[in-house]
Design a protein around this ligand. Sequence first.
Ligand code: BG6
Length: 462
Amino acid sequence: MNKIQFPKDFLWGTASSGPQSEGYKHKKNDSIWDYWYKKEPERFYNQVGPETTSNVYEQYAEDVSIMKELNLNSFRTSIQWSRLIKDFETGEVDQEAAQFYNRYIDEMIANGIEPMMNLFHFDMPYELEQKYGGFKSRHVVDLYVKFAEAAFELFGDRVKYWISFNEPVAYTKGAYWHNLIYPNEMSMQSYVQANYHILLAHSLIVSAYRKGNYSGEIGIVVDLLPPIPRSENPADVEAGRIADLFINLIFMDPCVRGEYDQDYLNILKKHDCMFHYHIEDLEAIKENTVDFIGINYYQPMRVKARDSMPNPFSPFTPEWYYEPYEMPNRRMNEYRGWEIYPKALYDIAMRVKNEYGNIKWYVSENGMGVQGEERFKNKDGFIEDDYRIDFIKEHLGWLAKAIDEGSNCFGYHLWTFVDNWSWTNAYKNRYGLVSLNLNNTERTIKKSGNWIKEAIKNNDFS
Ligand code: BG6
């Protein structure tokens, strides 16, 4: 393979989130995950819940020093709403939490790690879910703005990259469509309304950030799954288009272009599923487009036209128009069950370039989950994850090609740094450059960690 090189100021980072890494120390309020785990532990892999983490709350300095050792220069994590805010209605800050995030951010900066702070990684405060139905409620939008304003005020002098939401569609799909996230409600109307309120909340905090005259940038992280239709047959192509509208464009278009794709709105109206909005919201959405986009990419979305029509009396879902297509002989990550298709990263990059005005963007997550990774430990207790090195190299190869062709990508963030807890999958799939011993939270750099250290140092990823 030819030598792959990246721009000099490229951000080489990893990504994680507060609820998946911090642990419970000094955390005063529950998120939906904390509550749900207490209520239904059997829904979580091996019944391991969100209190079992790498204990970043106490071990953040150790992590930052390993990041530095590995030559990484950026890290994306999230500030937990349910940790930072003591009283959700007034927006009163918990001082202990503020001090923790101050220490954490300062440690990163002192060690040359650019902090990218996200404000929502699926972690709705339980109280707001229970009282108001989370983002189905417009009141919760106002409360989220208070939280974001508090975070900007506390950390905006040092944090230069802000992210309003991580993968909003993964969250709303899980909560209101696919029964994967509490409150496990199956309602398209709720899916559509919560997505709309998240978009509104996003636009309002972009506006608040700009009014505050901070010197950084603000964006959103989406999982822009490239829809790949089974064939060029018009029915399959149309299936791909509908999936694209409901999974990708629902955020990509209004966040970057300032408005929804009209076809999306037409389908909602046709099925009597339109969200409630105020006319002045549309102005806020139009005016507050993002400075950059973060894109999470793991696998493509292969779709086909439905083989049979759904029961016309069943409630509407976008899957009336398409269904997943399991292409024979796809290349699979046999350890996680997800498809491996690195070229999609190039397709995404070129789509951003050609269809979204070449807006500044970065890879906010990409990575390889491995179930039972312990089996790759050598006799010295060191994980030899050559499969992960190959995975990263292939994706970087396609990314470099896109950058070479003019795509405006400014960074690559691997999921994740230290193996972290992952929602209902807990520790089933390990993703880290650094492994975590769950008994004593000890960290050990994997082979991929040492590989990336050398690759970044030499700017050579071949
Ligand atoms: C991403 C999420 O989509 O997938 C992360 O942003 C999550 O929060 C990651 O941990 C991996 O998920 P899983 O289910 O393979 O552990």
